[in-house]
Design a protein around this ligand. Structure first.
Ligand SMILES: Nc1nc2c(ncn2[C@@H]2O[C@H](COP(=O)(O)OP(=O)(O)OP(=O)(O)O)[C@@H](O)[C@H]2O)c(=O)[nH]1
Length: 612
């Protein structure tokens, strides 16, 4: 092998991520880079090309990191290889960002010229700094009339402490400034420096399951070389495999003869079981292993938990397999079996936030064809029992009876909210209402402040962000981190249908709000549970004490009569409609309960319920 040639190749490699606050334009800039470097033809070009998951396209957001190899002919006459990794902006997916960064030497920090530095701009910059990356500030959307690049530069310098005098000004929309950006990447992002002759050392930074090829690993080669036929070892599990294919994404898979130190690409090795590898693991040579694995990733604990049950109980094993495959592509997803009296066998799943939960549910439905019932999300509580032991409660139904524990503790976060001065009042009012404790307020510049509060995670995770946006006309941005657990006065509220407590509907609330929340939940359930052919009593209770109630009247006989005796066409249609409706219903005892009802806890603040 011609090491000199490979060393020369390595000098021409640039690995970088694109990071930013949500919607500041990462995916659009990535599109322009792909276009300008002729990576995709005009015919293949579509907006946000790297957001290739159907769900990403439907929602217009990036959920998964995505890497692509781009060839760039620079002004110095040389050809360069860029490995570009587009990352999600939403706080729920910051785990994807930190994994992408570990595979790079540089990061483009994109800031929207009309919005300036926002909460996730800061959070993502800190992640990039943790990894010692070269950060290149990029000011985007300069085509907009309200763009203020100078204000952005000031903010980048003041709030982040990065020199922004030379920040590249671009428009992802018109392509203005993108040629300069490409030149700056060549000049400013350092080439990788891994030893080409050392034993193989590669980081698995992502993976996915492919029905034909088995597990496909996204890898960054740190040292050495890997090619088809090599025997490799996954250092953390000790498992060995033979490499069947290596290649790069461009953005479609392109086979290569080898991947060398500094490359970002993919690798397959007949890995069939999803248990054999984990994102963050190190791959080495089986014959000549490297001494130490790479540091890997810090596993971040889930923030919210929810029960996930197949509508059809027979599909339990299918759901398990689907979760295992999905976990391969979503390392932040956690799950373990649980049973519910109401719903049967299912899984307790842990997520990084509600958007993550939604995405997992939709991916299971779209990619794995599952029909699911999900129970209301809950944070992870600690019950300190009478004997001093701590019981972890990630399902409200598991909270023991009041006499059995000394106290219940809930997770608290430090929330940082960046907001224009004019909206400080509504933000503080909202935080107080959500049991927040004021910490400080710092002026960021003439126009904006950073407001800090200690708050219960349970208050922030549900509808806080929506309320924050509506009370600040969308101008506030939010970031938070868990700071610890605190004892608060919490109670479990059970919901009963025809006197039967339904475990999947229990929830935990602060005592001061328990009565109101039980009342809201009862009226929400009354709205969501359809009429049955018998009366349904809904009750909310704390222990044996009933604190709210409502009744759903049975439907009138003549309606059923119509369904059963109408003209055949109409009858068939009605039955079909009923069947479709039933898909997402679960018989709880005798009562048919729709999926929405299990999520009622999330909807309790809906306008139409308020004040009723
Ligand atoms: N006018 C204008 N609009 C832009 C520009 N760049 C991006 N946009 C728009 O801004 C919105 C967000 O752009 P995306 O590229 O999806 O942003 P993102 O940062 O990748 O978003 P997430 O991955 O979901 O965090 C889209 O509607 C884009 O069309 C720009 O330079 N000018």
């Amino acid at each position: 092998m011609d090491i000199k040639k490979l060393q020369d190749y390595q000098k021409h490699v640039r690995n970088f991520s694109i990071v930013a606050h949500i919607d500041h334009g990462k995916s659009t800039i990535a599109d322009r880079i792909l276009e300008l470097t002729d990576t995709v033809s005009e015919r293949q070009m579509k907006n946000q090309l790297l957001d290739d998951m159907p769900l990403e396209r439907q929602r217009g957001i990036t959920i998964k990191l995505n890497s692509v190899q781009v060839k760039y002919h620079a002004q110095d006459g040389e050809d360069y290889i860029f490995h570009l990794i587009d990352t999600p902006g939403h706080v729920d997916f910051s785990y994807e960002v930190s994994r992408s960064l570990a595979a790079c030497e540089g990061a483009l920090l994109v800031v929207d010229a009309t919005q300036g530095v926002q909460a996730q701009t800061l959070a993502n910059t800190y992640l990039a700094l943790d990894d010692d990356l070269e950060i290149l500030p990029v000011i985007n959307k300069i085509d907009l009339p309200s763009a203020d690049p100078d204000m952005c530069k000031d903010e980048i310098e003041e709030m982040i402490g990065l020199d922004a005098t030379d920040a590249v000004e671009v428009s992802g929309k018109t392509g203005q400034g993108i040629p300069e950006l490409l030149e700056r990447i060549v000049k400013d992002v350092p080439a990788p420096s891994g030893d080409l002759t050392a034993p193989l050392k590669a980081l698995i930074f992502d993976s996915k399951y492919d029905d034909y090829r088995g597990v496909v690993l996204a890898v960054r080669i740190e040292e050495g070389i890997v090619k088809p036929g090599d025997r490799i070892k996954i250092m953390n599990t000790g498992k060995e495999f033979e490499v069947t294919e290596v290649g790069v994404s461009s953005p479609h898979p392109v086979k290569k003869d080898m991947l060398v130190a500094g490359d970002v690409g993919y690798l397959t090795a007949n890995i069939k079981s999803v248990r054999e590898t984990r994102v963050g693991d190190t791959i080495t040579s089986a014959q000549k292993p490297t001494a130490e694995p790479l540091p890997g990733y810090r596993q971040i604990p889930p923030m919210v938990y929810s029960g996930m049950y197949p509508v059809d109980n027979q599909k339990y094993d299918d759901l398990k397999e689907a979760l295992q495959k999905l976990q391969l592509n979503d390392a932040a997803l956690e799950f373990e079996p649980e049973t519910s009296q109401a719903l049967g066998f299912g899984f307790r799943c842990g997520f990084l936030g509600l958007l993550h939960m939604d995405v997992v549910q939709e991916r299971l439905e779209q990619e794995f064809d599952m029909d699911l019932i999900m129970t209301a999300p809950s944070v992870d509580y600690h019950a300190i029992m009478n004997d001093g032991s701590t019981k972890l409660i990630d399902n409200p139904a598991d909270l023991p009876d009041a006499g059995e524990y000394r106290e219940v503790q809930e997770p608290y976060v430090k929330a940082e909210i960046m907001v224009p001065n004019d909206y400080v009042g509504p933000v503080m009012e909202l935080c107080q209402r959500k049991r927040g404790e004021f910490i400080t307020m710092d002026y960021l510049d003439k126009y904006r402040v950073n407001v800090k509060y200690n708050m219960p995670l349970a208050e922030i995770i549900f509808d806080f962000f929506d309320e924050l946006k509506s009370s600040t006309k969308g101008y506030a941005s939010l970031d938070y981190e868990i700071t610890g657990y605190r004892a608060t006065d919490l109670v479990k509220i059970d919901m009963l249908l025809n006197k039967e407590p339904i475990d999947a509907l229990s929830f935990i609330a602060h005592r001061s709000e328990a009565q109101e929340r039980a009342r809201q939940m009862t009226s929400m359930l009354k709205k969501l549970i359809p009429r049955q052919n018998f009366e349904v009593d809904i009750q909310g209770a704390i222990g044996a004490k009933i604190i709210s109630r409502a009744t759903i009247k049975p439907y009138r006989k003549d309606v059923t009569w119509k369904i059963h005796t109408g003209d055949p066409d109409r009858r068939a249609k009605l039955l079909e409609k009923q069947k479709r409706g039933k898909k997402r219903m679960k018989a709880v005892g005798k009562v048919e309960v729709p999926q929405d009802a299990f999520m009622a806890v999330l909807k309790m603040n809906d306008e139409d319920i308020k004040g009723k």
